[in-house]
Design a protein around this ligand. Structure first.
Ligand code: 5AD
Ligand code: SF4
Length: 469
């Protein structure tokens, strides 16, 4: 495998110099300038936005959620399904009017959607109020691009088509004080036939374990209690390192960091989830008893057409092995309904997997063709109504299972992390069980950020309800 390339430290240092130069400029403006960073899509994008905010703060910017007050608007986009793209385009279109009132405003689009050449071209031609477009590979150069726009105006497009690199040392401003994301790797090599991710985020590359461990140690020192290790396929972590190591070993090392905190990780690919990983999860007391293991479809012919490279029998074997080691494991999955050529009979195999595994929750999607992926040009004869009918059967079955699984908590006392204040006056706080189920809690709001016993009093298909003990 190719060695990972790291952005030299001196290059990041140069970006920080751009930040300082911009900060010197903005310090002379009558008021502190504000930035609005809007994020679509997955946790990886949330993590990227935290780095964009980190850079912005070094440039002297504060933050706002109001477009009208923002000197810089950054929209971090998602390309996974058409629906995500339509929402972004609608919102970007509406910004024309905002910018007319504030001509000095800089509008920036970044992330997976604009890394697609046809989308970048569309922005260039038809969204002329957008000043800056940059893909995931160019994120580390954000200060240099903003500096150029502040000095010379014009438009900047940076969507280099490359395998990708790793940039350490970018500042971050985190959105939460209890939960934190830590990217451990970037990109994907799997090329599932429906998926755009490998095209826009490049090849798999892993951060060095020492950089990851240092980041987690700092988070724990800063009081973070819930740390999620992120990657498109964390189970292939480390294969590209100069000294290869595997994900289970990394998990073991993160678990050895002293402190009272939980470790989660996502996403795992079934073909790379090993017995060693399951044993490590069972042994490491800080690793939460939860696994997100997408199987996408329950039929082997469909899995093959998706290029998933495992069978359902293999998937179910892994689930059985995991349940034998961790009986209370919380399981979640992603499913696509209506992959090209999937018949309703084949779809029913997906329902059988649900009944056998009894997932705690699912993320369900209707297939959305993505330009440039193999599945986009496959024959797709099933009418949309039939796909929708199947989709509704799937969610109805899962709702019933989720509710039954949630009901089983009623009467138990569970040690939960109080992770937020409730925005609904019937409850005071939100909490998460170790398996990441949402609990709405009545009790002292001062418990925010602590692990506390919660007595579960009620449940429905979406969440649990309880009170602080
Ligand atoms: N259409 C529908 N769902 C998709 N996913 C990825 N690509 C597509 C697509 N083209 C789903 C998969 C993946 C999740 C993040 O999004 O289920 O696991
Ligand atoms: Fe997409 Fe498959 Fe990679 Fe996941 S493993 S990001 S679904 S190509």
């Amino acid at each position: 495998m190719e060695r990972t390339t790291q952005v030299p430290h001196s290059d990041i240092e140069r970006q920080l110099e751009h930040c300082r130069a911009i900060a010197a400029l903005t310090a002379q403006w009558p008021e502190q300038p504000l930035a609005f960073v809007d994020t679509y899509g997955c946790q990886q994008n949330e993590a990227d936005s935290e780095r964009i905010r980190g850079y912005l703060r070094q440039m002297g910017f504060g933050f706002t959620q109001e477009e009208e007050r923002a000197r810089i608007i950054v929209i971090n986009t998602c390309a996974i399904r058409e629906h995500a793209e339509q929402r972004v385009l609608g919102n970007v279109g509406a910004l024309v009017h905002v910018k007319r009132r504030h001509p000095e405003q800089l509008i920036c689009l970044c992330g997976c959607m604009v890394q697609q050449p046809q989308v970048a071209e569309k922005i260039r031609q038809s969204y002329r109020h957008v000043d800056l477009v940059f893909g995931p590979h160019a994120l580390w150069k954000f200060p240099e691009m903003i500096h150029s726009l502040l000095l010379h105006r014009g438009r900047v497009f940076q969507t280099p088509d490359e395998a990708g690199s790793i940039a350490e040392g970018i500042p971050v401003v985190r959105q939460d004080r209890v939960k934190a994301w830590v990217s451990i790797m970037y990109g994907c090599n799997n090329f599932c036939t429906y998926c755009i991710v490998p095209y826009v985020r490049g090849r798999e590359r892993s951060r060095k374990p020492e950089d990851i461990l240092r980041e987690v140690e700092k988070l724990v020192r800063d009081g973070y209690k819930d740390i999620t290790l992120l990657g498109q396929n964390v189970n292939s972590y480390g294969k590209d390192l100069a000294e290869p190591m595997d994900f289970a070993d990394l998990l073991e090392q993160v678990n050895a960091i002293p402190g009272d905190f939980l470790i989660r990780f996502m996403t795992s690919h079934p073909k790379d989830a090993t017995q060693k990983l399951f044993e490590t999860m069972a042994r490491c007391e800080k690793v939460a008893p939860v696994l997100h293991l997408p199987f996408q479809a329950g039929n082997d012919r469909v899995l093959k057409a998706m290029n998933r490279r495992h069978t359902i029998a293999q998937y179910l074997d892994k689930i059985r092995a995991l349940k034998a080691l961790i009986p209370d494991i919380v399981l979640t999955s992603d499913i696509i309904v209506g992959f090209p050529g999937e018949t309703t009979e084949e779809f029913e195999d997906t329902l059988r997997v649900l009944e056998e595994v009894r997932f705690d929750a699912l993320f369900t999607f209707i297939f959305s063709p993505r330009a440039g992926t193999p599945a986009a040009s496959m024959d797709d004869p099933m009418p949309r109504e039939e796909k929708l009918r199947n989709f509704n059967r799937l969610t109805a079955l899962q709702d019933q299972i989720s509710e039954e699984k949630h009901r089983a908590y009623v009467g138990q006392t569970v040690r939960c992390l109080l992770d937020g204040l409730s925005d609904d006056s019937r409850w005071d706080l939100t909490a998460r069980t170790p398996g990441n189920r949402l609990v709405r809690v009545v009790g002292d709001r001062g418990a925010l950020g602590q692990f506390r016993d919660v007595r579960i009093t009620d449940a429905n298909k979406w969440s649990l309800f309880g009170e602080l003990v």
